[in-house]
Write a protein that binds this ligand. Structure first.
Ligand SMILES: CC(C)(COP(=O)(O)OP(=O)(O)OC[C@H]1O[C@@H](n2cnc3c(N)ncnc32)[C@H](O)[C@@H]1OP(=O)(O)O)[C@@H](O)C(=O)NCCC(=O)NCCS
Length: 194
């Protein structure tokens, strides 16, 4: 068992991958980040036990002043998959981002814990096996200054307009206009921010 003081010291060591000016904890899991696949901007950090996975030529780009917290999982899934996080945005703990179709998160966003963004939908034609049928990919866009509540699920093809709030536990299946408050499953706009 690793003593606590050693764990604490190790958690402050920067990850050896050359990933830009930001900081990835040595304790984060990073896969496929060589050759410019991962870029972390100034004053941004990826916490210990977070995972960045951009195998198969994916790309993860994080702007400046942003963070990805413990146990969050960012995976680009396939060739050309990507996840972009803007400036001063925050992904809390235990989030799952499936970036196959591409996920763009703007500036000043807050993604609360246990949120899932799933940029891909499996194909399930006929009554045969689903496995092996592949998936469709449209991508997800979260515009600037959006708040997504704890445990929300955002499905593929959705754009959440700037300055909007998504309620805790909502399932967002269709795009949400800017300046909206949307809640529920499926998420519906309950008010506009004036
Ligand atoms: C979306 C939210 C901001 C709405 O707050 P609000 O504007 O004060 O909304 P109200 O409490 O007036 O609720 C309005 C209606 O929406 C419903 N509602 C509110 N939040 C809801 C939610 N997350 N899911 C489903 N329904 C919800 C209310 O029950 C109410 O319904 P009614 O009119 O039938 O009684 C808030 O409920 C929420 O989900 N906050 C997220 C908290 C969070 O995850 N924080 C992150 C911490 S890092």
């Amino acid at each position: 068992m690793v003593p606590f003081f050693l764990k604490k010291a190790l958690s402050k060591i920067k990850h050896p991958l050359p990933t830009g000016e930001g900081y990835i904890s040595w304790h984060a899991r990073v896969y496929g980040g060589n050759e410019g696949g991962i870029e972390i901007g100034k004053d941004s950090y990826v916490a210990r036990d977070a995972m960045l996975d951009c195998r198969r030529n994916g790309r993860i780009v994080i702007g400046s002043g942003s963070s990805v917290n413990n146990y969050s999982w960012l995976c680009t899934q396939k060739d050309g998959g990507f996840i972009e996080l803007g400036d001063n945005s925050l992904i809390h703990m235990f989030c799952a981002l499936y970036g196959g179709g591409g996920i763009k998160i703007g500036d000043d966003c807050r993604i609360a814990s246990h949120v899932s963004l799933i940029a891909g939908t499996p194909l399930f034609e006929g009554s045969g096996k689903i496995r092996g049928q592949g998936a469709t990919y449209e991508g997800i866009t979260i515009e600037d200054d959006v708040r997504i509540g704890v445990g929300a699920i955002i499905l593929d093809g959705v754009t959440i307009g700037a300055h909007s709030i998504i309620g805790a536990g909502s399932v967002v299946t269709k795009s949400i206009p800017p300046n909206s408050v949307a809640v529920g499953n499926p998420a519906r706009v309950i008010k506009e921010r004036v």
